[in-house]
Design a protein around this ligand. Structure first.
Ligand SMILES: Nc1ncnc2c1ncn2[C@@H]1O[C@H](COP(=O)(O)OP(=O)(O)OP(=O)(O)O)[C@@H](O)[C@H]1O
Ligand SMILES: [Mg+2]
Length: 281
């Protein structure tokens, strides 16, 4: 059997509070697995430990207790990071570099050769839709463009896994869609994706599995479709149903020992309404 992309085993992380004899417990006994090729989403309120979990996986923060393995290697070893790309929360990139220069810079840091790198930079700019902006300085980029170039940076050396800390933070719905499509394209190419987000709708749409953190503890973990099932309920969506028909269905349900708990016009998501209104010709 192949090793999982990520295996966290009973991770606890505490941070000492300076000049006080107490600690902040950022993570408590967190165990989770990310299988290769899947999109795993980490959810949780502010301060629940998402970024700390991601940093521990990347070996940037060492756990107080517990084990972390990345593709079978200990997260403390440099080897574990060789095939992992990272887009940090609120990334900072040098303002005076152009998009193409920034990608080349990160590619060189990864030890890529000049010819291979030039090709990869063009390919990535195309992938993230920034070919026309390749020679613009990053200082002039919008938040959405910065997140996209950040994503390109994270995959410059064709990693097996990318870790994205809030990849759509501050990005408008259309830009968010572009990033979502990019993430799905990476998955199609076989990349394992681990992301954190506050956009529940988007996470629900693209993630295979999710984990929910609350106060440093993993309170839910599982397949999205399974977590979303309301036990013992069935949804029936009707078109052109008259009130009389709804009434007859309710009666039939009652005869069968069931009850209709809601019969109302079906709502669309705000995202659908927003996108329809803002892309109207
Ligand atoms: N370097 C640090 N030193 C001290 N405390 C820290 C440090 N890093 C994180 N913490 C604390 O650990 C807890 C978890 O923080 P973390 O940044 O992981 O949360 P988060 O879920 O990513 O939140 P957000 O949604 O705001 O990004 C918080 O209480 C935070 O204050
Ligand atoms: Mg965070």
């Amino acid at each position: 059997m192949t090793d999982p992309a990520v295996a966290l085993e009973k991770i606890t992380k505490t941070f000492p509070v300076p000049f006080q004899r107490r600690v902040i417990v950022a993570l408590r006994d967190v165990s989770l697995r990310v299988s290769t090729g899947e999109i795993y989403g980490l959810l949780g309120p502010n301060g629940s430990g998402k970024s700390t979990t991601l940093k521990i996986i990347l070996g940037l923060v060492s756990p107080t207790r517990g084990q972390v393995q990345i593709f079978g290697h200990d997260a403390a070893s440099a080897q574990s990071r060789a095939n992992v790309g990272f887009l940090p929360e609120s990334p900072y990139f040098p303002k005076y570099l152009t998009a193409a220069e920034m990608l080349s810079f990160y590619g060189k840091l990864c030890g890529m050769r000049r010819r291979e790198l030039a090709k990869r930079v063009d390919e990535l700019l195309e992938l993230v839709g920034l070919t026309a902006a390749r020679d613009r300085r990053l200082g002039t980029f919008s938040k959405g463009m910065l997140q996209r170039i950040g994503l390109a940076q994270a995959v410059i050396n064709e990693p097996e896994m990318v870790v994205l800390d809030e990849p759509t933070a501050g990005v408008d719905p259309a830009g968010t869609r572009v990033i979502r499509d990019l993430i799905l394209e990476l998955k199609r190419r076989g990349v394992t994706i681990l992301l954190s987000s506050h956009l529940l709708g988007q996470v629900q749409e693209i993630c295979d599995r999710i984990g929910i953190l609350a106060n440093g503890a993993l309170v839910r973990d599982g397949r999205v479709d399974e977590l979303l099932i309301a036990p013992d309920q069935t949804e029936l969506v009707l078109e052109h149903a008259s009130p009389q028909l709804v009434d007859r269905i309710s009666k039939a349900a009652a005869e069968g020992g069931a009850s209709v708990i809601r019969a109302a016009p079906r709502h669309r998501s705000l995202e659908q309404v927003f996108l329809e209104a803002t892309t109207e010709k």
